[in-house]
Design a protein. Structure first.
Length: 437
């Protein structure tokens, strides 16, 4: 991997793309530290220092924004509105025939869906920005902080609208920066920005474990966490690269005097076909009752039960529900993202078949059977990785959003592998040595 980066910097056009990407990353990180108007920055820092070991319900979103959410900066919402909009559009594509038709139109239809995603991103940014401002004004953003209600001193309508517009504009700017990386840089821009946001939380999380440790000044706990992190990364890389290759044979066809087909290929079915989506869905669904309980007044029985069983990450009920929801959403997302009937019809249309399996419906049933078989280990793997911070690292002072587990490590490894593959493919296009050197 390091060799690929060194060779990329020696290639002029790739060097320009890498430097452009690094420049956009610097701009993005600067924006995560610029506070929005109407916020008392000293009170924010006071509350962050008091709540650095327990970020509560907003820890996951804060991780995706690179720590900008709790600091209430112009990039506080980060890339989350765009991720949510993309997931919603992807789910609606299966339900709404118009979107499904656009998806099948090729590049023009994809461009139209991308435009819809941008509009929905802005709408979600307005909604989430309003919710964040309301949460900050009420003091619920930092529960337990004595100056939490003084984060927004001026609670007039004009200041509130200004704060919401500023955060919405920041989200639009983040979306634009991501598209610039996609067009003129290396890799997928949105994924790169998400990667940077999560990686930015690594130093503070690791140092917090060292300072909270008691063995040899915390260095023993620090070393154990590093070793566990390397093992988790190795496991994630191994499973993310694993796939079931279904062989496909295309029959020969004579068109005029030319013979077409007769080639052999395969359908790659990944063990983790659903990616990171089930973990995000499960986390979001479990946050809803805890968020409702946080804003509800009084001390009713249902509120106390939710705060004791669902709002605490290391509670047995929370862990069991989290694990089961990940498995459910893994099968759900694979079912809507991979259509065996459509794949079987396309194979039959172009003369392709799986050896030993008849074309048409038997092929679709075989693909469904194989997909269900490999989705089980994939979903169990996602559930175990998501629970690593709670089960293995809680004793070292790590919270539920520790970088070496759960959503963060899956995203970092996935984006890193994809970016390296793109750099290597572009290097091969520019420095292909052929069979004879």
């Amino acid at each position: 991997m390091l060799t690929a980066f060194a060779r990329a910097f020696k290639t002029p056009d790739l060097r320009k793309k890498l430097l452009f990407t690094l420049g956009i990353i610097v701009v993005y990180r600067v924006g995560t530290h610029v506070p929005i108007p109407g916020v008392d920055y000293r009170n924010v820092q006071t509350c962050i220092d008091a709540a650095q070991t327990n970020q509560g319900l907003f820890g996951l979103v804060n991780m995706f924004s690179g720590g900008a959410l709790l600091q209430i900066t112009i990039f506080a919402l980060g890339i989350m509105p765009y991720i949510t909009a993309s997931i919603i559009l992807q789910l609606l594509t299966v339900v709404i025939p118009r979107l499904e038709a656009l998806k099948k139109e090729g590049q023009a239809g994809t461009a139209k869906i991308t435009q819809y995603t941008r509009y929905l991103t802005v709408a979600l940014a307005v909604l989430q920005g309003t919710g964040l401002v309301a949460t900050a004004r009420s003091g619920a953003l930092f529960s337990g902080c004595p100056v939490a209600s003084q984060i927004v001193p001026d609670q007039s309508i004009f200041v509130t609208i200004t704060m919401v517009i500023t955060m919405t504009a920041g989200t639009a700017a983040v979306m634009w920066l991501g598209e610039l990386i996609t067009d003129r840089g290396i890799g997928n821009g949105m994924s790169i920005l998400m990667f940077i946001s999560i990686a930015a939380t690594f130093p503070s999380a690791l140092w917090a474990i060292k300072t909270q440790g008691s063995l040899a000044g915390g260095w023993i706990e620090f070393g154990i966490v590093i070793l566990v992190g390397l093992v988790v990364i190795g496991l994630v890389v191994f499973v993310e690269q694993a796939q079931r290759r279904i062989p496909v044979q295309y029959a020969k066809r004579m068109i005029g005097r030319r013979s077409y087909g007769g080639t052999s290929t395969y359908i790659p079915l990944k063990v983790n076909q659903a990616g990171i989506i089930p973990v995000i869905f499960a986390s979001s669904l479990l946050y809803i009752p805890a968020l409702v309980a946080q804003f509800a007044g009084g001390n009713s029985g249902w509120k106390i039960w939710i705060e004791k069983n669902l709002a605490v990450p290391d509670a047995p009920m929370h862990m069991v529900l989290y694990f089961l929801l990940i498995i459910f959403f893994a099968f759900f997302y694979v079912a809507i993202s991979f259509n065996p009937e459509e794949v079987a019809d396309n194979m039959k249309k172009y003369g392709g078949f799986i050896p030993g399996i008849r074309a048409g419906r038997p092929t679709a049933e075989y693909l469904s059977y194989v997909l269900n078989r490999i989705t089980w280990p994939g979903s169990l793997y996602l559930g175990l990785i998501a629970l690593v911070p709670t089960m293995a690292l809680a004793g070292f002072g790590a919270n539920q959003n520790f970088p070496f587990g759960g959503t963060s490590i899956l995203i970092i490894v996935g984006v890193g592998l994809e970016t390296v593959k793109q750099i290597e493919s572009q290097l091969q296009q520019r420095n292909y040595e052929g069979f004879l050197r």
